[in-house]
Design a protein around this ligand. Structure first.
Ligand SMILES: Nc1ncnc2c1ncn2[C@@H]1O[C@H](COP(=O)(O)OP(=O)(O)OP(=O)(O)O)[C@@H](O)[C@H]1O
Ligand SMILES: [Mg+2]
Length: 263
């Protein structure tokens, strides 16, 4: 299969770098001295309780919110100078709450993924449609292409949104609780899809999730966030060393209990 990604030669493999990021919203400190570096090909799980600052963190990385302290770089470029937004795809939280009456087909939704790559007023080229086709195939939604979005199940809609993100041929994929509204079977299928994106296509993933167990199984780096961030590059080693239990109780509170099971 033809790869979706055109390899880009970069001087370093630093995809996201935060240094000492501080953010206050309406008088409350939401992020405090958050620092970590995400390398090309990483799959980073971001966990933490409700209100911990996970969605805010993603929005800071996307340049939608400017922190009052510290620095953020994307692809080795300070965020204020970063222009190559087509390299970054973002699936916001609750994206599957799609208005069932909105008349748009699966193919049209996926084609929207090409918009960041089109110059102003330019029409979709053959190459654009080829990218749409590959994204539909990769996520197994090609058979649904003529269906109205509103007629699909939550899990099918979620695959279409991933297809839309892939159509943009991103190098960094940011997902905010993507499995919140899908059943266990669809969740496993979804993690399998993400694994292929990460391993076969080399897409770097930042993945906010409340599913701590799945994060432990699939991710190679972990950001435990509750205003402050505990970042580790080997979640399994963290678990085995007992360090993780310590971090979880600091992040979630000492009464939290987690059962980590293998998928
Ligand atoms: N626009 C805003 N104005 C003021 N405060 C905000 C704003 N957005 C978020 N916050 C606050 O920032 C904190 C972090 O919110 P955030 O949405 O990042 O949490 P989260 O970790 O994504 O939570 P959840 O797991 O519930 O999605 C919360 O206390 C929230 O109320
Ligand atoms: Mg959130």
């Amino acid at each position: 299969m033809q790869p979706l990604i055109t390899p880009v030669i970069t001087p370093s493999d630093s995809i996201v770098e935060l240094k000492g990021v501080d953010l206050t919203r309406e008088g409350n400190r939401v992020l405090e001295k958050v620092s970590f570096r995400v390398h090309r090909g990483d799959w980073v799980g971001i966990i933490g309780p409700n209100g911990a600052g996970k969605t805010t963190l993603l929005r800071v990385i996307l340049g939608m919110i400017r922190p009052e302290g510290g620095s953020v770089s994307l692809f080795d470029t300070p965020i204020r100078e970063f222009r190559r937004w087509h390299q970054v795809a973002y699936l916001p939280q609750k994206v599957t709450n799609f208005d069932p009456k909105f008349p748009v087909t699966v193919e049209e939704v996926v084609a929207m993924g090409r918009v960041p790559r089109l110059s102003l007023w330019k029409r979709m080229s053959r190459a654009d449609w080829d990218a749409v086709e590959r994204a539909l195939d990769f996520t197994s939604v090609a058979d649904l292409r003529r269906r109205q979005m509103g007629t699909l199940s939550g899990g099918q809609q979620q695959r279409v949104f991933i297809a839309r993100a892939l159509a943009a041929e991103p190098e960094l994929l940011m997902l905010d609780e993507p499995t919140a509204s899908v059943d266990t079977g669809a969740t496993l299928e979804f993690y399998g899809l993400l694994r292929r994106l990460n391993q076969e296509m080399g897409i770097t993933i930042l993945h906010v999730s409340h599913d701590v167990s799945a994060v432990m199984d699939y991710c190679n780096a972990l950001c435990c966030l509750n205003r402050v961030c505990y970042y580790g590059r080997d979640p399994k080693a963290m678990l085995e060393s007992g360090e993780f239990a310590q971090v979880l109780s600091e992040v979630y509170g000492e009464h939290a209990r987690f059962v980590v099971h293998r998928h």
